[in-house]
Design a protein around this ligand. Structure first.
Ligand code: HEC
Length: 362
């Protein structure tokens, strides 16, 4: 019996080790200081799966009526966000939240603006595909037609076979989800001028103004790095904390416009009212407009919001629910320009133009 258990343990160890090995052999093409992101054991990375995911990400055949792809709202040159206040679905309905950039999405512990239950890229994409309130890609009810379309294409048949030998290349939404998740894990921006300066030893990669801005950003007065911390410029890679930055106070008690209460909508806990996940600031200069509802047009106005101690405080009604780190500060015009220069140094042109991440259909 003991021998039997030992053999079983050994077998499990070897099985797990070989899985981890498979993930390890994937070439992430990352700078040495950037750790590869976590990968679930039931969806190991492979070059063909990433290629398949890239095709699917850019393929309008994935939407119901066939005129919208993931990339319609997650555009590479905009850090995989878009330039709208809120995106518009295939039937013309407006989403209530701004498109989030995907620059380092693989590292986040939870996904989207404020949903602590959303943890798996493999499943998250079912929302834009299938949700009905509002309709986004409108694929609900068209699942079989979409699978048939993909199955009639020899490139897709080959890529599914190479990517999923365990199912003999079955084409279905489980495989579609796994492949798009694998592609999204490769959306890692780590070669901005700031990276070259801070981690690559290239002292001239960013301007003197940006260096002054870096000091402000990481300093105790502005406190930006309390939440936008570390190499990912967010605490969402190391924790599942959410924060209220004091944007709204419609009722004197810190309330938001009724359509969106932040994390509260998921947890129903009063302390979670208007709490959102900290977005990464990588490529932030190309993802305007800002915040969960796209309600701030420019970086300059985002800084005004924090300087006031939360936008609601600009009209004399600071939110009583705002984070202790959003207390307000005074910034001279030249300091504000320095801070913006620093934020712009996080723009990574190599990532935004990488042909390996762009549409294969061009
Ligand atoms: C208490 C934590 C916290 C602090 C401190 C903080 N932020 Fe934020 N930041 C957030 C959260 C959370 C959001 C999203 C809020 C929302 O959408 O309602 C955000 C949003 C942003 C955005 C918009 C991101 C996007 O993709 O739309 C920018 C830019 C930004 N912050 C910059 C800064 C700067 C600059 C500072 C310092 C002056 C700072 N933040 C301080 C947590 C914080």
């Amino acid at each position: 019996m003991i021998l039997h258990r030992l053999l079983l343990a050994l077998f499990l160890f070897i099985a797990l080790a070989s899985r981890a090995g498979a993930a390890d052999t994937f070439d992430w093409r990352l700078p040495p200081r950037m750790p590869p992101p976590p990968v679930p054991t039931d969806n190991p990375m492979s070059a063909s799966k990433v290629e398949l995911g890239r095709r699917l990400f850019y393929d309008i055949r994935l939407s119901g009526p066939g005129c919208m792809s993931c990339a319609t709202c997650d555009q590479q040159n905009r850090g995989f966000a878009d330039d709208k206040r809120v995106p518009i679905g295939i039937t013309g309905e407006h989403h209530h939240r701004n498109s989030m950039g995907l620059s380092i999405v693989a590292y986040f512990k939870t996904l989207t603006w404020a949903n602590s239950l959303e943890r798996h890229l493999e499943l998250q994409l079912r929302r834009p595909l299938f949700r009905t309130k509002p309709v986004e890609m409108g694929s609900l009810g068209h699942e079989q037609a979409i699978v048939d379309l993909l199955s009639s294409n020899s490139v897709y048949r080959r890529l599914f076979e190479e990517s999923f030998p365990e199912t003999d290349g079955r084409i279905d939404f489980t495989g579609i989800g796994k492949a798009i998740a694998a592609f999204q894990r490769t959306l890692i921006s780590a070669r901005s001028p700031f990276d070259r300066y801070r981690y690559g030893g290239d002292a001239s990669a960013i301007t003197i103004a940006a260096k002054r801005g870096e000091k402000l950003f990481f300093g105790d007065t502005l406190k930006c790095a309390q939440c936008h911390q570390g190499v990912h410029f967010t605490d969402a890679a190391s924790s599942t904390q959410y924060h209220n930055t004091g944007l709204y106070n419609v009722d004197g008690s810190g309330g938001l416009p009724a359509r969106d209460q932040g994390l509260f909508d998921v947890t129903n806990k009063p302390e979670d009212m208007e709490r959102f996940r900290t977005p990464s600031l990588r490529n932030i200069a190309v993802t305007a407009p800002y915040m969960h509802d796209g309600s701030i047009a420019t970086l300059s106005k985002v800084i005004d919001h924090y300087a006031a101690g939360g936008r609601a405080a600009q009209s004399g009604m600071p939110s009583p629910l705002r984070s202790l780190h959003v207390t307000g500060f005074r910034l001279a015009d030249n300091e504000k320009a320095d801070l913006i220069a620093f934020l712009k140094s996080l723009t990574d042109p190599e990532f935004l133009n990488d042909p390996g991440l762009s549409s294969p259909f061009r």
